[in-house]
Design a protein around this ligand. Structure first.
Ligand SMILES: [Zn+2]
Length: 49
């Protein structure tokens, strides 16, 4: 089973998932597929793991 987490974009509130091993707690910015906003996982108002 894929190891993923869901994030909520702080700008448009869109939800999408990322691969945990690549992006969680890595200090790498996530790219929102809805509005192209870039943000860190810690900046997400909601995370589901
Ligand atoms: Zn967004």
């Amino acid at each position: 089973m894929a190891n993923i987490f869901w994030v909520t974009c702080p700008k448009c509130r869109g939800e999408f998932y990322c691969h945990t091993q690549e992006l969680r707690h890595k200090g790498i910015k996530l790219l929102c597929p809805y509005c192209s906003h870039q943000f860190l996982d810690e900046e997400s108002p909601r995370i589901m793991e």
